[in-house]
Design a protein around this ligand. Sequence first.
Ligand SMILES: Cc1ncc(C[n+]2csc(CCOP(=O)(O)OP(=O)(O)O)c2C)c(N)n1
Ligand SMILES: [Mg+2]
Length: 276
Amino acid sequence: MLHQTEIDRLNSLCRRFRKDLIEVLHERQTGHPGGSLSVCEILTVLLLAEMRVDPADPDRIDRDRLILSKGHAAPMLYRVLAERGFFPVEELHTLRTLNTRMQGHPCLLDTPGVDMTSGPLGLGLSVGLGAAIGLQKQGLPARVYVVLGDGELNEGTVWEAAMAAAKFRPENLTAIVDYNGVQLDGPTASVMPEGDLKAKFEAFGWQVLTCDGHDVSALYDALQAAKAAVAKPVVILAKTVKGKGVSFMEGQSAWHGKAIDDAHYEIAMRELGGAD
Ligand SMILES: Cc1ncc(C[n+]2csc(CCOP(=O)(O)OP(=O)(O)O)c2C)c(N)n1
Ligand SMILES: [Mg+2]
């Protein structure tokens, strides 16, 4: 369980991250606001409360790995990595500029703290499974965290990996679904109905945990429960709101990947507590 002071610290950081995200996406007139806002607490709890990583030695072999399989949420990943000390926060202003480390989707070779190049959806769970098995075989204590989108679960490759994970059962793999119910151009339930995801993962041999994906304390507790489970691979279905924190973006696929104009920028910043 997280101490209340730690909960307050993480929540206050999330408020800061949301403002910084809107600031940069407005400035750069590009990027993905919706899925970045929904994954804010998930990435914050992982990188700032849970994972063992070393910004001074980003490639150390025994580090925990983070795979942002829904790579379009890269701006929020960068913001949280910067907070963890992997690079200066100011570097975010180079987002989506050619030949910088802040590309529109995460690049393993360029950006410290990034453990998989992602963008094409559906690949992260396979890579994470392979990494988890490899680390376990080497006797390394590292864990692997894979963050997926719910629309991403439309990809058949996710379910191949899910099937394989139930066979190999690495004890160091945790999958987290940013379960916001919306994808690029509509609600997930209408674009491609996924039905009962809990039942589906269970049928594939997984243990399923559910929590409020904007509650840092609940997320932290779910991560501890996932670590304690050994008999089956574990997925956390983290219930979130796409566009969380900005009223006109919440639940709206229109804000999946749209540039923020000046008028909307003003409203968003006001709602998030103003630019300070
Ligand atoms: C293989 C593949 N197909 C299509 C896309 C285009 N695309 C980018 S994001 C996205 C929607 C993803 O929805 P979801 O996984 O629910 O992400 P979130 O709601 O968290 O933004 C799509 C279809 C892609 N990146 N990769
Ligand atoms: Mg989604």
